[in-house]
Design a protein around this ligand. Structure first.
Ligand code: G3P
Ligand code: MG
Length: 267
C-alpha cells in the first residue's frame, strides 16, 4: 500500500499577521506635524517632488492619497477624476497604469513642475524608506471600490514596511476601506477620517480597532478632543494652516496636525 500524502497543517482561523512592528501606541511613534499631500501648497500635491520639498523643509512624515488605477495598481492621487491635477481627462479609476504613467501631474501647479509624473505608490514607499521618512497613507477609493482599495493598499503597505520599526498610519474617510485593511493587515495602525461627527463615531473607532481619529479642524473643539483621548484614541487634525490655530489645537490636546503650511508649521 502506498503512503497517503501528508495532511496539510492546521488551518489558520485568523488572518496572517505580518511581523515587524512592536510599536507601542501608548507612546505615539509619530511626529506632531505631518506635511499634507507631501508638500502642502508649495508643490504639486501627491507627487515625489512634493515629498522632496516637504523633506527640504524639515518634515519627517507625509500624508498622501492613494487610489487604484483601472487595472488595480495603487497610485497617488486625490481626486476621482484626472482633470484638476494632471493633463489627462476622465476617471483615474478606469485608466490603466500605462495611461496614467504618461500624464503630467506637475504643470498645473506651475511651469517649474512640468513633467512631474503621477507616482506609483511602490516608488513613493521606496523613497520614504530610503530617506527614513514616515507615512500617513490616506486610502482614497474611487467610488464603489472601497474594500478592494483598502485591502490592496493595506497589503502593499504591510509587505513594503515589513521589518521596519515604525509602520505607516493608514487612514480613510471610508469605514469600508478601513474594515478591509483591518481584515487583511490587522497589525497596521488605522485612523478614521471625519469631516462631521456621526452619532456612532466612537463605536466606529472601536469596531475598526483604530488608534486615532483624524478630524477636520473646523469641527474640533476641546471637549471632543478630550473625549476621544479619554477613550484611548489619539487625535489628528487636518488641515490647519494658521500657526495661531495650530497652537490652540495643541493646547486643547491634539496629537498631530496635518498642514499645508509646510514652511510655517515646522516639525
Ligand atoms: O488625510 C487628511 C486629509 O488629507 C483629508 O482630506 O480631502 O485633503 O484628502 P483630503
Ligand atoms: Mg488626503
Amino acid at each position: 500500500m502506498t503512503d497517503l500524502p501528508k495532511a496539510p497543517g492546521p488551518v489558520r482561523a485568523t488572518p496572517v499577521t505580518l511581523p515587524g512592528w512592536q510599536v507601542d501606541f501608548v507612546h505615539w511613534p509619530y511626529p506632531s506635524v505631518i506635511a499634507h499631500r507631501g508638500g502642502g501648497r508649495l508643490a504639486p500635491e501627491n507627487t515625489l517632488a512634493a515629498l522632496r520639498l516637504g523633506a527640504a523643509h524639515g518634515h519627517t512624515m507625509f500624508e498622501f492619497d492613494v487610489k487604484l488605477t483601472g487595472d488595480g495598481k495603487p497610485i497617488l492621487m486625490h481626486d476621482a477624476s484626472l482633470e484638476r491635477t494632471t493633463n489627462g481627462w476622465g476617471l483615474a479609476g478606469t485608466a490603466s497604469l500605462s495611461e496614467i504613467a504618461q500624464l503630467d501631474a506637475g504643470a498645473w501647479c506651475g511651469p517649474a513642475w512640468a513633467g512631474e509624473p503621477v507616482p506609483i505608490y511602490a516608488n513613493v514607499v521606496a523613497w520614504l524608506l530610503a530617506n527614513r521618512k514616515l507615512a500617513n497613507v490616506e486610502i482614497k477609493p474611487s467610488p464603489g471600490r472601497e474594500s478592494e482599495t483598502g485591502a490592496v493598499v493595506a497589503m502593499a503597505s504591510a509587505m513594503a514596511w515589513q521589518g521596519c520599526e515604525i509602520p505607516p498610519l493608514l487612514s480613510s474617510f471610508s469605514p469600508e476601506a478601513l474594515a478591509a485593511a483591518q481584515r487583511v493587515t490587522p497589525a497596521l495602525p488605522r485612523a478614521l477620517l471625519l469631516h462631521r461627527w456621526p452619532s456612532d463615531w466612537l463605536a466606529q473607532l472601536r469596531r475598526l480597532e483604530c488608534v486615532a481619529i483624524d478630524v477636520n479642524h473646523e469641527i474640533l473643539d476641546r471637549e471632543r478632543i478630550q473625549q476621544a483621548r479619554g477613550e484611548g484614541f489619539r487625535v489628528l487634525t487636518y488641515t490647519p494652516n494658521d500657526p495661531a490655530r495650530v497652537e490652540q489645537l495643541r493646547e486643547w490636546g491634539v496629537d498631530c496636525v496635518i498642514t499645508d503650511a509646510i514652511d510655517l508649521i515646522k516639525p
